[in-house]
Write a protein that binds this ligand. Structure first.
Ligand SMILES: Cc1cc2nc3c(=O)[nH]c(=O)nc-3n(C[C@H](O)[C@H](O)[C@H](O)COP(=O)(O)OP(=O)(O)OC[C@H]3O[C@@H](n4cnc5c(N)ncnc54)[C@H](O)[C@@H]3O)c2cc1C
Length: 309
């Protein structure tokens, strides 16, 4: 029986682990399918405070893990298949590892970016393909960028990226955009944004140096062409990793866990959420880490007031 079980080892889960371990709570942390989380899929991280020269994503995450281990956090590698939240203590089923029981749970399973699923896409993450304009826009000063998507976030990312790029080409499969009128108008008024609508992305084209173009099919003429670019930003949304909770926790329409404002508390007492899994807005490493700290402190107070600290 653990006092607290943390699910996920991105910046949110590992920060919660550091706090709980330092508070002598001996947390168990379950790493899941992507130990270290999303930052392990990137190269340089330049906006995490404390690293004036930047730090490689995998190194930052390895450091956070070591810091949690130093204070006695215990790790299990495995995928949480289900959690029984009908009564406390909670029971977790971990693929290949069996059942683990905890008096409290911190969910920090992140939100996965949706991908187009075309050749060249995943191979070039960090070499010109990105799903995060806030994170990677800075690397594209005076370059040409393509943004794929037609929703509000695609419009927002395109507008933001014009701060750096010489030109942003918005590629969307359909002729119509899903984005709200105000976001569309803002993008259409931006002279640095050009439009390739009714185009289906087929392949990210790259040389040894990185991305050079996006191959698309014109849905009207059926013709294929390569649009030259230095970067492709995929902005077709995120999927919060909450399926394994099987509807036991309140989520919004997009599946993000709802927490009480200003806290990490979910609707189930003793279950807390932090990081991108409850954040549809900021989705940054530092906000994830900050909310991981909140979850650990909320969790400690919960256990204290329930007489189990
Ligand atoms: C390519 C890329 C570059 C980025 N660059 C930056 C940047 O420069 N700066 C910045 O601030 N942010 C950046 N981000 C965003 C940042 O990575 C995220 O905001 C941050 O990682 C979110 O942290 P998290 O802890 O909430 O979740 P994640 O990092 O997503 O971690 C989720 C964890 O949950 C685990 N998990 C999921 N499902 C299960 C399950 N069923 N059972 C067990 N475990 C599970 C996973 O294995 C993983 O360990 C980038 C993101 C990407 C994809």
């Amino acid at each position: 029986m653990y006092k607290s079980i943390i699910i996920g080892t991105g910046p949110a889960g590992l920060t919660a682990a550091i706090y709980l371990a330092r508070a002598n709570m001996k947390p168990l942390i379950i790493e899941g399918p992507e130990p270290g989380g999303q930052l392990t899929t990137t190269t340089e991280v330049e906006n995490f405070p404390g690293f004036p020269e930047g730090i490689m994503g995998p190194e930052l995450m390895a450091n956070m893990r070591k810091q949690a281990e130093r204070f006695g956090a215990e790790f299990v590698t495995g995928w949480v298949n289900s959690v029984d939240m009908s009564e406390r203590p909670f029971k977790l089923q971990v693929e290949g590892k069996g059942e683990f029981v905890g008096e409290s749970i911190i969910i920090s399973t992140g939100a996965s970016a949706r991908w187009l699923g075309i050749p060249g896409e995943k191979d070039n993450v960090g070499r010109g393909v990105s799903t995060c304009a806030t994170c990677d826009g800075f690397f594209f000063r005076n370059k040409k960028i393509i943004v794929v998507g037609g929703g509000d976030s695609a419009m927002e990312e395109a507008n933001f990226l014009t701060r750096f790029a010489t030109n942003v080409e918005l590629v969307n499969r359909r002729d119509e955009l899903r984005a709200s009128k105000i976001m569309q108008d803002r993008a259409r008024e931006n002279e640095k944004i050009s439009w390739s609508l009714n185009r289906t992305p087929l392949e990210v084209v790259a040389s040894g140096m990185g991305v050079t173009g996006l191959k698309v099919r014109n849905n009207v003429s059926g013709e294929e062409e390569v649009i030259e670019t230095d970067g492709v930003f995929i902005a077709i949304g995120h999927t919060p990793n909450t399926k394994f909770l099987n509807g036991q926790i309140d989520t919004d329409d997009h599946g993000y866990i709802i927490v009480k404002p200003g806290s990490s508390e979910t609707n189930v007492p003793g279950v807390f959420a932090c990081g991108d899994v409850q954040d549809n807005k900021y989705r940054q490493a530092i906000t994830a880490a900050g909310s991981g700290c909140m979850a650990a402190l909320d969790c400690e107070r919960f256990l204290e007031s329930n007489g189990s600290h």
